[in-house]
Design a protein around this ligand. Structure first.
Ligand code: HEC
Length: 414
C-alpha cells in the first residue's frame, strides 16, 4: 500500500462525532500445525525478492503500525522473527482473512494466496528466512477533487468500534451547528433536530472503517467526488476496555490524476424494524429495494453487530428467480468490503435484496445478552442490518439525481 496522505487542504473543516460503545472481544488465534513445502528450485526464496512482494500485496494493509494486525510486517527486521508463524498461518488459510463462500461470486479483492505463494512463504521460513538484496518501492500521487483511494487509520485501533467518513457538501444543512474540528456527541447539541441528525444522514459516504477493513481503491476512470468546500464528517464509535485512552484518527486520500468518467456512490439496503427475540439462533431479517436508475455494481459491504451470523445479497428477477451476489459467514471483527471481480451492470428497476441472519442464542460466544429482545441501535449490544453497496454512475450524477426515478425506462423489458 502506498504512503498516507494527510487530510489535504481541500478538506478545510473536520467534524468529529463520538459515541461510547462496549468492549470489543478480540479473537485469539489458536495453535496450528505446520506443513513442509516441497521446493523444486534449489536456491531458497529471499525476503526482498520473493517474500516482500507478497507481504506488500496481501498483508501490509493490516500488518503495519497503526493498522489492525498485531505486528508490522513491513521491513525484513520486523518480518523475520515471524517467519514460522507466517508460514503456518498461510498454510492454514487463516491469513489473509477472507470469509466469503467461494461457491458464490468472484471478488476482485479476494486476497487468498495462490499455492505458489504459500509454498514461497513456507520455503522461505524453512530456509531460515534469508533476506537477499533490498529493492525500492516508489509511491506517487497527484491532487484533484476526485478521490481514487481512501484510507481511515485510527491511532488507537483497539478502541475504534467503527468510523464512518461522510462527505458534507457545502450546500448541505446537515449538522451545521455542530462544533468544527473537535469531537462532540449527539447529547452535546442544543437543537433537538440536530441531535436526531447526529444519527442519520443522506450525505454520501467516503469510507466505512471497521475492524479488519482495508483502504478503498477504485479502478482508473472511477472515483468518489468531494465537491470543493465540503467537510468530512467523521462518525466515530468508540469502545472501552476500562482504561482512559486517546485516539487521533486520520484520513488519507489519493486523488485521481485525471477526471473520471464515472463516480462512485455508496447506497444501502437496511431494515431498521428488526426485532430479534431472545434465544433465537437463526433469526432472518430481509429488505428489498429497487434501483431507481441504471448503475454498475462495484462492491458489497455487510454491516451487523455481535449477533450477526450470515449476510447475503441477491438480485430478485422479474420471474421470481433469485441470483446470489454474495454469501458471507459474518464475523463482527472482520467487516470487509467484497469487490466484484467483474463489475455488474444493473438496469433501472432492478430488485436488490439483502438478507441477514442473527444468532441471539447463548451458543453465540459474542452474544452480550441472550435473554434480550434486540432492536436497532448504535450500541454494539443493539443490532443493525445494513447492506452497503457501491455503484458507479456517470460522473455528472450525484446521489440526489440518482434517486429521481424516470418513468418507464426504455431498457426495462416487460
Ligand atoms: C485484513 C487484515 C489482515 C490481513 C490482510 C492480514 N492479516 Fe494477519 N492478522 C490480522 C489480525 C487482526 C491478526 C490478529 C489475530 C486475529 O485477530 O485473528 C492477525 C494475525 C496474524 C498472525 C498471527 C500472529 C500471532 O500472534 O501468532 C500471522 C502470522 C499473520 N497474521 C500473518 C499474516 C500474513 C502473512 C498475511 C498476508 C498473507 C496477513 N497476516 C494478512 C490482520 C490481517
Amino acid at each position: 500500500m502506498g504512503s498516507d496522505v494527510g487530510v489535504p487542504a481541500l478538506v478545510n473543516k473536520f467534524v468529529m462525532l463520538g459515541m461510547a460503545g462496549i468492549s470489543l472481544v478480540v479473537a485469539a488465534m489458536c495453535q496450528i500445525p505446520r506443513v513442509k513445502a516441497v521446493q523444486a528450485n534449489s536456491s531458497p526464496p529471499t525476503f526482498y525478492k520473493d517474500v516482500l512482494p507478497i507481504l506488500q500485496d496481501r498483508c501490509q494493509s493490516c500488518h503495519r503500525s497503526g493498522a489492525s494486525g498485531p505486528m508490522p510486517l513491513v521491513t525484513y527486521e520486523q518480518s523475520r522473527p515471524w517467519a514460522k508463524k507466517i508460514a503456518a498461518a498461510v498454510q492454514m488459510k487463516i491469513m489473509p482473512p477472507w470469509f466469503a463462500d467461494p461457491r458464490f461470486g468472484h471478488f476482485a479483492n479476494d486476497p487468498s494466496l495462490s499455492t505458489d505463494q504459500i509454498a514461497t512463504l513456507t520455503a522461505w521460513a524453512d530456509a531460515g528466512a534469508p533476506s537477499g538484496d533490498p529493492v525500492e518501492v516508489p509511491t506517487h500521487f497527484t491532487e484533484d477533487k476526485w478521490v481514487q483511494m481512501v484510507e481511515v487509520k485510527p491511532s488507537s485501533a483497539a478502541h475504534v468500534h467503527h468510523a464512518v467518513v461522510y462527505i458534507r457538501p457545502p450546500d448541505s444543512p446537515w449538522l451545521r451547528h455542530a462544533p468544527v474540528g473537535e469531537a462532540f456527541t449527539a447529547s452535546m447539541l442544543k437543537d433537538p433536530e440536530e441531535r436526531q441528525q447526529a444519527h442519520e444522514t443522506t450525505s454520501d459516504l467516503l469510507l466505512v472503517y471497521a475492524p479488519g477493513s482495508a483502504p478503498d481503491r477504485w479502478a482508473d476512470g472511477i472515483a468518489k467526488f468531494v465537491p470543493a468546500g465540503s467537510d468530512l464528517v467523521l462518525q466515530m464509535h468508540y469502545t472501552t476496555d476500562g482504561e482512559a485512552a486517546s485516539d487521533e484518527t486520520s484520513v488519507g486520500l489519493v486523488f485521481a490524476k485525471t477526471p473520471p468518467k464515472q463516480r462512485v456512490i455508496t447506497l444501502q439496503l437496511n431494515n431498521h424494524a428488526l426485532v430479534i427475540p431472545p434465544g433465537a439462533d437463526d433469526f432472518r431479517v430481509e429488505v428489498q429495494g429497487t434501483l431507481p436508475n441504471e448503475a454498475t455494481l462495484l462492491s458489497l459491504f455487510p454491516h451487523m453487530h455481535l449477533r450477526g451470523k450470515r449476510f447475503e445479497y441477491d438480485i430478485v428477477h422479474d420471474d421470481g428467480s433469485v441470483e446470489p451476489l454474495l454469501r458471507v459467514n459474518y464475523h463482527f471483527h472482520w467487516q470487509l468490503s467484497y469487490k466484484l471481480a467483474e463489475p455488474r451492470s444493473l438496469k433501472a428497476g432492478t430488485k436488490l435484496r439483502a438478507v441477514a441472519w442473527y444468532d441471539n442464542s447463548k451458543n453465540n460466544p459474542h452474544n452480550p445478552d441472550p435473554e434480550k429482545t434486540v432492536t436497532w441501535g448504535d450500541q454494539t449490544s443493539q443490532e443493525m442490518m445494513v447492506g452497503f453497496f457501491d455503484v458507479a454512475v456517470p460522473a455528472g450524477m450525484d446521489k440526489w439525481n440518482f434517486f429521481v426515478r424516470h418513468s418507464e425506462p426504455a431498457d426495462v423489458k416487460r
